[in-house]
Structures are given as structure tokens and as C-alpha cells.
Design a protein around this ligand. Structure first.
Ligand SMILES: [Zn+2]
Length: 428
């Protein structure tokens, strides 16, 4: 018997011994310590880490690569970002959106991200970006799986016909219902924003992922409303609160009550380290808050946490190149997860935890009979991957290589040594 592909001497996360991984017909056929059969193609991983693909659980594809259009964000704030986006929105066209998104998806795939959950702003009577993204979702299926969230950037109740636009977005084929309760004009409207998202989710039998409490205001308390609705509506496991930056600023007594409630509701939380640290704390003098939600404490409380890139060269965050490993590294710094085990565990935030959030665990992971989606990193462990942000040497989707990278090599020459010596950034 012969296989299509064998990755030899692969190191799997949290497994000490090396394995061979055989792939046939786009699926993992066998994972064993020494596979004697041959394959059409063989790659020797030489002890490198082979990981399930990375997942970007929260991004705004409709806005990617628009930085500077029509102007740069000079204050760097969330509110100026929303203002600039509202100026850019009228010039959105199907071609403009598709061209930018197709390019950005290539960036993410090249770096090992094969699943993306994207919010798409539906506060546009023409729903131009949504229609374009629905086409992109189908067109990129060979390299990336995309989920689309109907996202009311300017509010469901605070924007003209907000409810109707949300409903229309679901009718057109959005996968997930969104919301933005903290941005509505009043507390009561915010509560109604959440209730409406749940009503729509029940009507269309969809999951929910709301931007929730994305502010430093410790009085912004809509995540608790989401949790209560989740329990009352029986939507456990299907609901995600994104950002939750206000949790950073809650007093501890309330924060721990809320975390227990989130665990009971089986809710997922998504943190977005780049945007959270750049956009929050803007009204502070010193000390300045980091803004990111309590990732470490949520995990300890039994809440599933995943990460998103959120913005890539857009009005809110001018930098970035769509690298989820870099997002994970930043979360590690910001959330004080630098203990040895914590560093290794951070990889879960962009892999298995995110798969639970996107509810794709049944077809995700390096297990026999699952789709052969994986990447080979130029590092031996998760710890080293998070330290080095190494090249993603090979990226496979359903057994087909969809991306490859040749790692950079550095050389240092001492005086009188014309050949020099390679720098590996490793202690052997
Ligand atoms: Zn967002």
C-alpha cells in the first residue's frame, strides 16, 4: 500500500515522541511512530512542529488594506477609525472589496491560517461589502474556509433600518448573527440589541458573535446580558462575545461573577490583542490600561478563549500582515502568560480553542480520517514557535499544498572571516 503524502519525523503539540503522518485522498490516513510504506511525496520534518492550521477567529475583511483611504487616522482612536470608515464606505464597490479581500486571504494562508471568521459591516443600505464577501467565501474554498458575521458597525437600533438590514444579511446567506450593544445610544437600546441578535439567531438557527463591551467603560455590562440570553434561549456553546475589553476595567468582584456566568453559559470569548492594546486606554493618562480582556483568568474559570487579528491595515490598525502567530505572541505578553506551560498553551488560542469557537472541531485537528489540513513550522515546539515566529514551511489543505515559504537565513562575519557563520537564534 502506498500513500499520497507522508510527513516523517513530525512533532505534534504536547506529544514527546516523533511520528510519521500519512495522507491519502485529502485525509489523514495513519499517524504512527514509523510508517514502513512509501508515498508519492515525502517530507522529512526533522523534528519540526506539525500543527493543525491557524484560525483567525475575528477579522473585518471588508475593511482590510484600506489604510489611508480617504485619509489616515491621525489620533489613532477607535472613534476616529469608525468616522474614517463611514467616509470610505460610500466608495465601496464589489470589485474593490473582492480585490482587497482576495489579497489579504492569500497573506493569511501563506502564514498557515486556513479558517477565518469575518465580521462584515451591514450598516449599508446596499450591503455592497456583504454581497462581495459572499462571493469571496465561495471563491476561496480551495485555500480557506470563511464564516461571515452580520455586523452592525453603527448599531442595530441606532442606525436607520438596522433591524431590517440585519435580517436581510441573514437572508442573503450570512453564517452568524452579530451585534454591538455597547455602541447603541442608550443602555436600554444595548440590551435590546442583544435580544434582537438572539431572536434573529433563533429564527435562522444560527450561532451568535457580538462585539460586546469594546470600551474601557467599567459600566458597560452587556456580556452578562448575552450570557443570560444564552442560558434562557438554550444556545449554550453557540454564542461568542468578542473583545469584552471592559472586563479589563471591571472591579474584581464583578469580573469573577461574570466569568462564572460565562462558563455556565458555555460562551466563547475572543480577544484581539493588536486592536485592543492600540485602541483601548486612549482616555487614560498614566497608568494606561492594556485594554485586552482577562484571557488568563477566563481560561482558569473554564471559559473557552480564542484570538483574532481584527484589523489588517485599516482605519483602526494601520499595521499588521495577517499573522495569527504574532497575535498569539502579543497576547502572551499582554496577558502575562509567560510561564513555561502558559507559553505552550497559547498556541491553543489560535488552534483548538478557536476551532471550538467556530464549531468546526469535528473536522479539525491531526487525527485519522479528518481532513488533512496542517502546517509544518520551522521550529520544534509551540514554545519555540511563539518565541521565533518562524516560517510556515508547508501549509496543506485537504492534502494539497496551498502555501510554502523558504525561511530567511542570516550570516555574521567576524573580522578576518570572509565566510562567516549562520545565526540560528537557537541554543543547541
Ligand atoms: Zn472587531
Amino acid at each position: 500500500m502506498s500513500f499520497d503524502l507522508i510527513i516523517r519525523n513530525a512533532r505534534l503539540h504536547r506529544r514527546n515522541t516523533l511520528v510519521d503522518i500519512a495522507v491519502t485522498n485529502g485525509k489523514f490516513a495513519r499517524i504512527a511512530s514509523d510508517i514502513s510504506e512509501s508515498a508519492t511525496r515525502e517530507i522529512d520534518a526533522v523534528g519540526r512542529l506539525v500543527s493543525p492550521p491557524f484560525i483567525d477567529a475575528h477579522v473585518h475583511l471588508d475593511a482590510v488594506l484600506t489604510v489611508g483611504q480617504p485619509r489616515y487616522n491621525t489620533s489613532g482612536t477607535l472613534l476616529e477609525g469608525i468616522q474614517i470608515w463611514s467616509e470610505r464606505k460610500p466608495s465601496l464597490t464589489r470589485e474593490d472589496v473582492k480585490q482587497r479581500v482576495l489579497e489579504e486571504v492569500r497573506w493569511e494562508v501563506a502564514q498557515g491560517t486556513l479558517h477565518i471568521r469575518s465580521h462584515v459591516d451591514v450598516c449599508d443600505p446596499a450591503l455592497t461589502a456583504l454581497r462581495a464577501l459572499l462571493e469571496v467565501r465561495e471563491e476561496v474554498r480551495d485555500i480557506c474556509d470563511i464564516q461571515l458575521v452580520a455586523f452592525p458597525q453603527d448599531g442595530i437600533l441606532s442606525f436607520p433600518n438596522g433591524r431590517e438590514l440585519m435580517r436581510k444579511a441573514m437572508e442573503l446567506g450570512c453564517d452568524i448573527v452579530g451585534g454591538i450593544p455597547h455602541y447603541e445610544w442608550t443602555r436600554d437600546m444595548g440590551v435590546e440589541d442583544v435580544h434582537y441578535a438572539f431572536a434573529l439567531a433563533k429564527e435562522f438557527n444560527r450561532d451568535i458573535d457580538c462585539h460586546c463591551d469594546e470600551t474601557d467603560d467599567p459600566h458597560s455590562r452587556f456580556t452578562e446580558v448575552m450570557a443570560a440570553d444564552t442560558i434562557e434561549q438554550g444556545w449554550q456553546g453557540r454564542v461568542t462575545a468578542s473583545h469584552c475589553t471592559a472586563m479589563h476595567s471591571y472591579d474584581n468582584a464583578y469580573a469573577f461573577k461574570l466569568m462564572r456566568l460565562l462558563a455556565r453559559a458555555g460562551m466563547h470569548v475572543i480577544a484581539n490583542p493588536f486592536d485592543n492594546v492600540v485602541l483601548q486606554g486612549r482616555f487614560d493618562t498614566y497608568p494606561k490600561r492594556r485594554g485586552i480582556t482577562r484571557v488568563k483568568e477566563l481560561l482558569a474559570a473554564g471559559v473557552n478563549v480564542a484570538l483574532g487579528h481584527d484589523s489588517i491595515m485599516d482605519p483602526w490598525f494601520p499595521l499588521g500582515r495577517g499573522d495569527m502567530l504574532a497575535a498569539a505572541q502579543l497576547a502572551l505578553f499582554l496577558c502575562h502568560m509567560s510561564g513555561y506551560d502558559e507559553i505552550n498553551d497559547v498556541l491553543d488560542l489560535i488552534t483548538t480553542n478557536a476551532a471550538k469557537t467556530l464549531r468546526i472541531s469535528d473536522r479539525y485537528g491531526i487525527d485519522e480520517d479528518k481532513p488533512a489540513d496542517f502546517l509544518v513550522l520551522d521550529a520544534p515546539t509551540a514554545f519555540e514557535a511563539l518565541r521565533l515566529l518562524p516560517a510556515r514551511l508547508h501549509v496543506f489543505k485537504q492534502g494539497r499544498e496551498v502555501a510554502s515559504t523558504i525561511p530567511a537565513r542570516s550570516n555574521v562575519k567576524r573580522q578576518g572571516d570572509d565566510e562567516g557563520g549562520e545565526v540560528t537564534y537557537r541554543i543547541e
